[in-house]
Design a binder for this molecule. Sequence first.
Ligand code: PGA
Length: 251
Amino acid sequence: MRKILIAGNWKMNLIPADGAALVDDLTARSGNWPDVDVVVCPAFTTIPAVALRLGGSPIQLGAQNMSDHDSGAYTGEVSGPMLLTVGCKWVILGHSERRQLFGETDTSVNSKLIKALSLGLKPIVCIGETLEEREAGRTIETVSRQLDGSLAGLTREDANQVTLAYEPIWAIGTGKVATVEQAGEVHSAIRSWCKEKFGAETAGWMRILYGGSVKPDNAAALLAHEDIDGALVGGASLKAEMFDGIIAAAK
Ligand code: PGA
């Protein structure tokens, strides 16, 4: 009942011309895609060029971050209403690089999330443990704490709009993918957390993506797990044949 979602996080890569060329290439391949949601999240300055190419394409558009304010004296920030005007429907919030390199916390992710929901933007909220936390046996505790803080104050109706992404930090950009058992265990724990917080029906609707070194050759096994509802893809989303291969693996 949950439709698979494959989202590409382009991070700080691809100037407008290269982003436009990539989505053209992807759209040309989309005739063979299974019935999944496909989202690309370019850098802010590349979003308009990509948006112009998406007429008639099944690809949806997202951003990698947003402010929790609508406008005003917030130098360097981009707001949710601004994202809507350039065609974004999705926004990634609390990516581990935002948390680790730019000081984002569960509290700031929570205010961005509440803002995104109020604007009708569909959030993809990222959580995940460090290698140190995993080795100390604190993975589930860490992820639960991040969920408590990041999703604080949400109603059931809010939660229905939220996609979660479990991204173990040790697996991001390292080529070290979590095994299906490792990822599956955490995904099932996240689903249980959602059930406790929002009830079984909402927990049954909420999509939980896996992220961290997803590639065409490991995607099928991950996506076959009952609690893994899609993938948030970094490096492999920058090459059409690789991202297409991951989408094809969702069959
Ligand atoms: P990766 O990145 O696929 O390059 O590991 C995933 C992410 O950071 O979302």
